[in-house]
Design a protein around this ligand. Structure first.
Ligand SMILES: Nc1ncnc2c1ncn2[C@@H]1O[C@H](COP(=O)(O)OP(=O)(O)O)[C@@H](O)[C@H]1O
Ligand SMILES: [Mg+2]
Length: 245
């Protein structure tokens, strides 16, 4: 059985989608069969970031009860990596019932080694449904105090709800001299710091090209940090993760 990992944060724009895309491809490179799920149902952009923008069946159709999840799985251009894309038009968005997400992701669990769920930010209902459809959670934050504390709140709520908190990623580190240093961030969060991802212009350039940075510029600092994150996550056994959080 595969591992279901939600990618979550307190605020928007911290790098959840970027992390989902790069971690998926990095795990694929390590030989795991991976499915990334675009579960940010109203602000979906993982599909675009991963180069799929013309899917005929989407997660929204599945959540509207129109299609089965197996019909919404697409092979990507990246080795071992599949995607369940989202629709972006409002007609699809209003018909989709986010409460059906856990059932859909459970089905994926039997088909993949890793299922990564790109979730909306915060603790509103949509975000809760997406995050709780995972069994483990990887938190993504930026090195600013309000971002850290918001993400910490999400971590606390999800832990209470029974998810295993794998740890957090400190993304976009080094952009400002006022950045909270990694050791201080870990102290504030009281959650294990898994990886520091530097601010790297290659990450954004890659996004614009529609090819996530681990594939676009594998030697860049950003790409290497995502590869290192994937290796760490692969080493944490699913069961062991339960007692760590
Ligand atoms: N480490 C990084 N270095 C530079 N730019 C980054 C980095 N991580 C993310 N970005 C950029 O930040 C923006 C927001 O990232 P995104 O993954 O969409 O955030 P979220 O999904 O949390 O809203 C994107 O333009 C992305 O390319
Ligand atoms: Mg996003």
């Amino acid at each position: 059985m595969g591992r279901l990992i939600s990618i979550a944060s307190g605020k928007g724009g911290t790098g959840k989608t970027t992390t989902t895309a790069n971690l998926s491809i990095a795990l694929g490179k390590l030989g795991f069969k991976v499915c990334a799920v675009d579960a940010d149902l109203t602000m979906a952009n993982l599909s675009l970031v991963m180069g799929i923008d013309d899917a005929s069946v989407t997660l929204h159709d599945v959540l509207a009860g129109r299609n089965l999840i197996k019909d919404a799985i697409y092979a990507t251009a990246f080795e071992n990596v599949y995607l369940v894309p989202a629709a972006i038009d409002w007609e699809h968005v209003i018909r989709a019932d986010p409460r059906k997400l856990p059932e859909a992701t459970q089905e994926l669990k039997g088909m993949f080694d890793f299922v990564l769920i790109d979730s909306p930010a915060g603790l509103q209902m949509d975000a809760m449904n997406a995050m709780l459809s995972g069994e483990e959670v990887l938190l993504v934050t930026n090195p600013e105090i309000s971002c850290l504390t918001d993400t910490m709140k999400v971590g606390i709520v999800l832990k209470k709800a029974g998810l295993a908190v794998l740890g957090f990623v400190l993304n976009r580190y080094g952009a400002s001299e006022n950045d909270v240093p990694p050791d201080v961030a870990e102290e504030v969060m009281e959650i294990r710091l898994l990886e520091v991802i530097p601010e790297d212009p290659n990450v954004r350039e890659a996004t614009l090209e529609g090819i996530p940075v681990v594939e676009y510029k594998p030697k860049s600092e950003g790409a290497q940090a995502f590869m290192s994150l994937a290796e760490k996550i692969a080493r944490i056994a699913g069961v062991k993760a339960r007692v760590m959080g």
